[in-house]
Design a protein around this ligand. Structure first.
Ligand SMILES: [Zn+2]
Length: 453
């Protein structure tokens, strides 16, 4: 909604009145924070998000400097957002802190964090050793451009929009990447796990331990951020384009993984699955609000991968021979593995992993125990090609039955029961690596979809 000049004048007058009232009431320095927005539209969801970010940055800075806020009030109107903070502290120090926040990133250029002394004098940036801020468009010093109206309102609006959008694009991609890394680390730390590397042992593996996994996960951190960014950057293109770009990044990521582990495959499956999920979350991203809708995210996973996965399978059928274990299992047994899972929108995560994890948490289990329980439910429900690759079809089926039976007796097995399974899996040299990847995706989606904007 556009605002009129009288509305703006009224808002300014009201702000001045409120400032005076707060100064009289508290006799303390006052921060008056507004957004510096050109043009007649002062209140959009994106501007509000920028404003809320500013409030958070300001409050964190005050907390760090141990300057208590004794009163705060926030107003969100068509004329723009306003926040007042009455702060216990020295006016100059507070102004210095506000100027630092304003200069801390591009978004800060849109913050107007005025500081009034208890006597009502407005402090200037220059008194705390900071320069007056330059033009938002061309960077020319001072208010020359603004007073001479050098730039059109349209140009100013475009720059404002870009600053806001760029800020949240980067920040949200970082959040997605960080959460993906966390889910990989949490997966390997989940203990006990049958046949898999955990904090107690290396399961059925002789060539890796928990540190191989932390090394691999750390090396993959930039990749997951990149997947989110690829999703964001290609979100207006067809979903297959996003997936093509993700695949190219995935090949690089595999190399980083092998370099970090000395040639051991720790996360090849996770590179594919979790990378696809990060890309899907990126595709659904908007500057106003990242998408935390599970159904939509899984739908986009399916849209992105469907065509490529079908092509892969038809190429295998045409050639009639499988080079990798996964390919042979598809040709001989029709098992589509993790690729089929992705193309179908990760039904095991949606229908098995997530419900089991949430139920276990709701029953008071710790994050570790709930994750271990969710993993068992995945093992009991998913034909894991990793299990078959290591132990053959018969042993893999038997192990799956064993897990199913245990879950029938007790849907939330105790750690001691899982340890028993662990010993049985190790004896048969079985390792449900595919289910471990699905557990990481389960943890990621659980956390991402339950976070606040
Ligand atoms: Zn300018």
């Amino acid at each position: 909604m556009e605002v009129t000049l009288p509305q703006m004048l009224f808002a300014r007058e009201r702000r001045a009145g409120e400032q005076q009232a707060l100064l009289r009431q508290y006799n303390l320095p006052l921060i008056s924070f507004t957004m510096n927005i050109a043009g007649p539209e002062k209140d959009t969801p994106l501007i509000r998000r920028g404003f809320q970010e500013g409030c958070c940055m300001l409050k964190e800075a005050l907390k760090r400097e141990k300057m208590p806020v004794v009163h705060q009030q926030i107003r969100q109107e068509v004329t723009g957002c306003e926040a007042f903070y009455v702060v216990q502290g020295n006016s100059e120090r507070i102004k210095s802190l506000c100027a630092k926040v304003e200069d801390s990133c591009q978004l800060g250029r849109l913050f107007d964090m005025d500081v009034l002394s208890p006597r009502g004098e407005q402090l200037r940036r220059q008194t705390v050793g900071r320069q007056e801020r330059g033009c938002i468009v061309c960077g020319a010093p001072g208010r020359g451009c603004a007073s001479r109206r050098v730039h059109s309102v349209q140009e100013l609006q475009q720059v404002t929009q870009r600053i806001l959008s760029d800020h949240f694009q980067q920040r949200d991609a970082q959040k997605i990447g960080t959460l993906a890394l966390r889910s990989l680390l949490d997966e390997v730390c989940t203990t006990p796990k049958p046949g898999l590397v955990d904090r107690e042992n290396s399961g059925s593996h002789r060539d890796m331990d928990i540190f191989t996994f932390t090394a691999s996960a750390s090396a993959l951190a930039p990749y997951f951020l990149q997947c989110a960014a690829i999703g964001q950057d290609t979100r207006t293109q067809p979903p297959e384009h996003t997936f093509q770009a993700l695949r190219a990044a995935g090949i690089q990521a595999e190399q980083s993984m092998f370099a970090a582990t000395g040639g051991v495959n720790t996360h090849k499956g996770a590179i594919f699955t979790l990378g696809t999920v990060c890309g899907a979350v990126g595709r659904l991203w908007t500057p106003e609000l990242p998408c935390r809708d599970l159904k939509k995210i899984l739908e986009v996973c399916a849209q992105m991968t469907k065509e490529a996965v079908e092509q892969d399978f038809s190429a295998m059928r045409a050639s009639g021979q499988g080079v990798t274990v996964g390919q042979r299992l598809y040709l001989e047994h029709g098992l589509t593995g993790i690729r089929g899972e992705a193309a179908a929108g990760l039904p095991s995560v949606e229908k098995v992993g997530l419900p089991a994890f949430c139920k276990a948490l709701a029953r008071g289990n710790s994050r570790n125990d709930a994750a271990a329980i969710a993993l068992l439910h995945l093992i009991g429900a998913v034909t894991d090609t990793n299990m078959i690759a290591r132990g053959g079809m018969k042993l893999a089926r038997e192990a799956m039955e064993q897990v199913k039976n245990l879950l029938k007796q007790n849907p939330m097995p105790k750690p001691e029961q899982i340890r028993q399974l662990d010993r049985a899996f190790v004896q048969k040299n079985l390792s449900p690596g595919g289910c471990a990847d699905l557990l990481a995706v389960t943890l990621f989606l659980h956390d991402w979809c339950s976070q606040e904007a």
